[in-house]
Design a binder for this molecule. Structure first.
Ligand code: APR
Length: 257
């Protein structure tokens, strides 16, 4: 393990462009349930059965109860050491973490997480590929309600919440299974694969287009690494697979920089 950590630290030290892709595993230590872990189950439903446009059309109240439950849970969570290291590397101030040779390293952070814990940790250059659980948009797609608006209310009293512009039902402004990413976010994510080091942290590497980015980075000649508790489909594709907890591994690497 020590060799792997110092190999990655050396690569980051020598890099000009570092791109970090994160998934639910990064927020696990903060208490946010993952999607495909044991803790992902809710009321005998699989997240895939709730996080789809069809599920919402069928029963918007049930889907909103699930998002309201997750919002209340996430509201009580705080960024953990993994978020703090990533924030510091991105140039967000965290006095506890020494940023790697300030000024030379350009860091892009791509997250699949909708919990906004990266934002709360002060992360810069962040692309929220799957949106935010704290933002809503108009399900009826009225012109004014197409752009997401922020709503931090916990608890959400009016389920389902309404679009403030047209009064119809509002939806969580997240990317559901089967939906495309907003074009701007996808372009930014793909552009970020042109980097020297591509690090994927805490994701099962099953959901595309996010799961395809590590392969695009390899085609750009990037050194690729994975930090994850368990083996994933990406483990065999990366140059370095480190299996362990992100909230322990990232601070350990930060100390070596
Ligand atoms: N440190 C590192 N990895 C961890 C940790 C931890 N502390 N805890 C869990 N993991 C790993 C798990 O082993 C698993 O491989 O994180 C991964 C989480 O995988 P998923 O639950 O599938 O979450 P994610 O990969 O983010 O899902 C992608 O799927 O349902 C959609 O839109 C949803 O954004 C989500 C996307």
């Amino acid at each position: 393990m020590t060799d792997a950590l110092s190999t990655l630290a050396t690569r980051i030290t020598g890099a000009r462009r570092l791109t970090i892709l994160t998934g639910a595993g990064v927020s696990a230590a903060s208490g946010v349930p993952t999607f495909r872990g044991q803790d992902g189950l809710w009321r005998h439903h699989r997240p895939e059965d709730l996080a789809t446009p069809d599920a919402f059309a069928r029963d918007p109240r049930l889907v909103w109860e699930w998002y309201a439950w997750r919002r209340e849970l996430i509201a009580a969570c705080r960024p953990n050491a993994a978020h703090d290291v990533i924030a510091a590397w991105s140039g967000g101030a965290d006095p506890g973490v020494r940023p790697p040779h300030t000024g030379r390293l350009k860091v892009a952070v791509l997250t699949q997480n909708v919990d906004d814990l990266h934002l709360r940790a002060g992360t810069r250059n962040l692309v929220r590929m799957h949106g935010s659980i704290w933002e809503l948009s108009c399900w009826g797609r009225c012109a004014a309600g197409a752009a997401p608006w922020r709503d931090d209310r916990v608890p959400l009293t009016d389920l389902p919440p309404k679009c403030p512009h047209c009064g119809r039902i509002a939806r969580p402004a997240v990317v559901w299974v089967g939906e495309s990413l907003p074009a701007g976010d996808l372009d930014a994510a793909v552009r970020a694969t042109a980097c020297d080091v591509f690090l994927t942290v805490g994701t099962s590497a099953l959901v595309y287009p996010a799961a395809g980015l590590v392969h695009e980075a390899r085609q750009h000649g990037a050194f690729t690494a994975e930090i994850n508790l368990e083996e994933t489909p990406a483990s065999a594709a990366v140059d370095l697979a480190i299996h362990g907890a992100a909230e322990q591994i990232l601070p350990a690497i930060a100390r070596l920089l």
